[in-house]
Design a protein around this ligand. Structure first.
Ligand code: FAD
Length: 360
């Protein structure tokens, strides 16, 4: 395994449970320090994604398994639901598009609500109409990763921190990886899963023998989060009807009840998590469309996250690219590219999917 984020650890767990000997190579000195700890921590219902896509299928399947798993393993989570709201008449069409898409994806529990019903649920939210998604929730992503790791380790898996894969080659008897860090080593395995997130394309390109034509281009889009000082005016998540390639500046609640707003969306050309405080004005005006009670001075800079993308500005949004031997011709190898949202929600279903690719 290359990469100890939520998806990498879910796969490590799945492979260890199926009896494989698993070593997780992680470049950083701790697990999950990249995208898996810089996201909204939302358990998505599966509303938005193109029908039949991996995002749609693995989100819906993964969400159900994730709720069960969190309950069984006492991972902190809360199924508080979310409302999706149209702020004016022009957004009503967007709302019904989401509802139709959700139905096609097998998300059958959305409840259409009028202004009065929404006001009763969330008195601080201004909108003309909306719907409630009861199966949306939040999860402690760090607790989830520790639970995945615990399961994997209990079946003999090992996590090697500070162990960046720096190159590799495909040989007849398996895949050889050169690992850097304080104690460089060479690792040889019949099975390699590249779940290196933002670096997955770079890792794949560094392994001689993987056809370059099977490695998609790599793009990054940063999102900022602001937190709200003081108590939460909301009881559930609130999403506006938004642009196609992201979900808008929405309200997420952290498990302690703190309110986060975000993420916004800007293309960047390298992984750089610095927070741009110049976003504030845009956040105030985006949020006040549905939360007019937002007080001046109440937004505090939070954190950023970077979306691993396989298509760039102006291009259609791409599906997860989870490519096995059938796609690239290398036995025992699975590359995961573009595992952006809803990757956290889908993690257990992605793990099952990868395990199937490895036996097929
Ligand atoms: C702004 C934002 C909001 C999101 N919100 C949600 C949400 O609300 N719900 C949801 O379901 N999903 C959400 N996601 C998506 C979700 O966070 C990701 O899909 C998921 O965390 C991806 O996990 P991962 O393990 O693939 O990647 P990562 O967490 O990035 O892990 C990859 C790991 O690989 C390691 N690595 C890199 N290079 C090497 C190397 N050469 N050798 C060894 N290790 C290496 C990295 O250090 C890292 O630890 C969001 C994403 C973003 C960016």
């Amino acid at each position: 395994m290359i990469g100890a984020g939520a998806v990498g650890l879910a796969i490590a767990r799945r492979l260890a449970l199926s009896g494989r000997e698993v070593v997780v190579l992680e470049a950083e000195s701790a697990l999950g320090t990249h995208t898996s700890s810089r996201n909204s921590e939302v358990i998505h219902a599966g509303i938005y994604y193109a029908t039949g896509s991996l995002k749609a299928r693995l989100c819906v399947a993964g969400r159900k398994t994730l709720y069960r798993y969190c309950a069984e393993r006492a991972v902190n989570h809360q199924r508080m639901g979310k409302i999706v709201v149209a702020c004016d008449e022009s957004e009503l069409a967007g709302l019904s598009k989401y509802r139709d898409q959700a139905e096609r994806n097998g998300v059958d529990d959305l409840q259409l609500l009028g202004r009065g019903e929404l006001a009763a649920l969330e008195p601080e939210v201004r909108c003309v109409a909306g719907f409630l998604s009861p199966s949306t929730g939040i999860v402690d992503s760090h607790g989830l990763m520790l639970a995945y790791l615990g399961d994997a380790e209990s079946r003999g898996a090992t996590l090697a921190l500070g162990s960046p894969v720096i190159s590799g080659r495909v040989e007849k008897r398996g895949i050889v990886l050169e690992v850097g860090g304080a104690e460089p080593m060479t690792v040889e395995s019949g099975t390699v899963v590249n779940s290196a997130g933002l670096a997955a394309q770079a890792v794949a390109r560094s392994i001689a023998g993987i056809p370059p034509s099977t490695i998609p281009r790599s793009f990054y889009a940063i999102g900022h989060y602001y937190t709200l000082s003081g108590a939460s005016p909301f009881r559930r998540l609130v999403y506006p009807v938004a642009r196609q390639d992201w979900l808008g500046v929405h309200v997420t609640l952290a498990l302690g009840g703190r309110v986060k707003f975000g993420p916004d969306f800007t293309w960047i050309d390298r992984v750089d998590y610095r927070f741009d405080a110049g976003r504030e004005v845009a956040f105030y005006s985006a949020i006040r469309r549905y939360y007019p009670g937002l007080q001046d001075g109440s937004l505090l800079p939070g954190y950023t996250g970077i979306r691993p993308k396989t298509a760039g500005p102006g291009e259609p949004v791409q599906d997860f690219a989870i490519l096995g031997p059938r796609e690239h011709g290398v036995a025992g190898l699975v590359n995961l590219f573009g595992i952006e949202s809803p990757g956290l929600t889908s993690s257990l279903a992605i793990a099952d999917y990868v395990a199937e690719l490895l036996v097929a």
